[in-house]
Each structure stands twice: as C-alpha cells, then as structure tokens.
Design a protein around this ligand. Structure first.
Ligand SMILES: Nc1ncnc2c1ncn2[C@@H]1O[C@H](COP(=O)(O)OP(=O)(O)O)[C@@H](O)[C@H]1O
Ligand SMILES: [Mg+2]
Length: 230
C-alpha cells in the first residue's frame, strides 16, 4: 500500500477557552483519495484542514504531509512547503480583485520563482482546461461565482500540488455553479488528484468523495470508504 499523503497521529488542538476544537484525531489519507469531511458547525472541520495545511499547529500529536512533519516547521519553511505541495480553495474564492484572472492564476508560480514565460504557459493551459480562458484578462469582480471558483481552482493547481484542500468550495454558489464545481473536482480526482474537502454539501460528498469522515466534537465519528467505479 502506498505511503499515506497525510498522516495525523493523535492530534489535539485546544484553545484557552472552551472544549478542545480537536479532541484526538488519527487519520491517514492515501494518494488518490478524495476525502470529504462532514460534521456540524463548530465540530472542528476547518481546524483539521488548517492543521493539514500547516496554517495552524496541533496542541499535541503529529501532522505529516507528503513525508514532512508540518507541525514542526517554522513559518518560512511552512509557507514554502504549502506553496510547493498544497493547493487551497475556499468558500469565498479569496482571489485578488486588483489582479486579472491570468495574474491571479500566475501568482503561486511567481512566488515560487518560476520564470514568467513558463508560468504564463502553465496558466494559459489551466485556464483552457477549466474553460475560462476567455476571461484571462478580466478582473475577478466581473465573473460569476462559479467562474471565480474555477479561477481559484486553476490558481490552486498552478504549482502541481500533490494535495488539494477545499473548505466549503460550493458554499457560496448557486446550485448550477455548485454542480459545475462538483463535476470539476470529481474530474480532477478521477485524474489522480488527492483532495480533502470540508463541506455541508452532501451532493458534493456524494458525487466527488471516495471516502467520507464525519467529525463530531473534535473526533472522527464515522469513516466510510466506497468503491469507485470509473
Ligand atoms: N481562534 C480560535 N479561538 C478559540 N476558539 C476557536 C478558534 N478557532 C476555532 N475555535 C473553536 O473551535 C471549534 C471548532 O471550530 P472550527 O474548526 O472552525 O469548526 P467547523 O469548521 O467544523 O465549523 C469551535 O468551537 C470554535 O469556536
Ligand atoms: Mg469551518
């Protein structure tokens, strides 16, 4: 069996006040899985995603992503790790409104020091693949929600990360755009992209996930894999 891409060991995350956000989670995600994280509001889903991304640190336990102990990295090393290995998409897209669509998509490569011409080729290829090349010179504010999320996905894929993380990627979309993004994520996973997505959207979990966990009170209450026929 392949080494896990994500390996969480006995992870807890506590704050000064209140019960722990994560109360002891062990989880391994293998390359090629599409994991949907379900659970009630406040159950710890975003905390879990942020720990995997290295944006937050566990109080106890270890977090390994692609062979790297992310919970022990300093801020600079963590940012470098994230840039190279993790693409992230969010409910509200988090695009930069002062940059064109093409420049938003280019940004991760530029930050990684990829020469502009090569980065521009890659961005053009991604925009074409996601069906939004005609918007390359537009500003994100002119686009629909579904189109903006496609731009965010293109940006997330720019540096060919082994891991794509998504926090409520359909949460701000109308049902047609939501269906569009579901199909997009399903297709990426069918092509081998490992995905971890936090969602309330059961249709998204249903259509896209090869495995679903439910987080309740900071623990994994359910963990169901399904055979996917493709
Ligand atoms: N910065 C913080 N300080 C204190 N408590 C927090 C902080 N961030 C999250 N929490 C608490 O941790 C719990 C889990 O939050 P979160 O992971 O955002 O849940 P979910 O994404 O499942 O809605 C909640 O009770 C929340 O109030
Ligand atoms: Mg959340």
């Amino acid at each position: 069996m392949a080494d896990p891409l994500i390996d969480l060991r006995e992870v807890t995350r506590s704050y000064d006040e209140g019960p722990p956000a994560l109360a002891g989670i062990s989880l391994r995600v293998r390359p090629g899985e599409a994991l949907a994280v379900l659970g009630p509001s406040g159950s710890g889903k975003s905390t879990l995603l942020n720990l995997i991304a290295g944006l937050d640190r566990p109080t106890t336990g270890g977090v390994t992503v692609d062979g790297v102990r992310v919970d022990t990295l300093n801020e600079t090393a963590s940012a470098l790790h994230r840039r190279a290995r993790i693409g992230m998409i969010f409910q509200f897209f988090n695009l930069l409104d002062d940059l064109t669509v093409a420049d938003n998509v280019l940004l991760p490569a530029q930050l990684a020091g990829v020469p502009r011409a090569r980065a521009a080729d890659r961005a053009a290829e991604l925009l074409a693949r996601l069906g939004i090349e005609r918007h390359a010179r537009a500003y994100p504010g002119r686009l629909s929600g579904g189109e903006r999320q496609r731009v965010a996905v293109a940006r997330a894929l720019m540096n060919r990360p082994p891991l794509l993380l998504a926090d409520e990627p359909t949460g701000a979309l109308d049902s047609a755009s939501g269906a569009d993004v579901r199909e997009l994520l399903r297709g990426l996973n069918a092509d081998g992209q490992t995905i971890v997505l936090v969602t309330h959207d059961l249709a998204l979990a249903e259509s896209c996930a090869t495995r679903t966990i439910e987080v309740v009170d900071g623990r994994i209450a359910r963990d169901v894999s399904r055979a996917v026929t493709r």
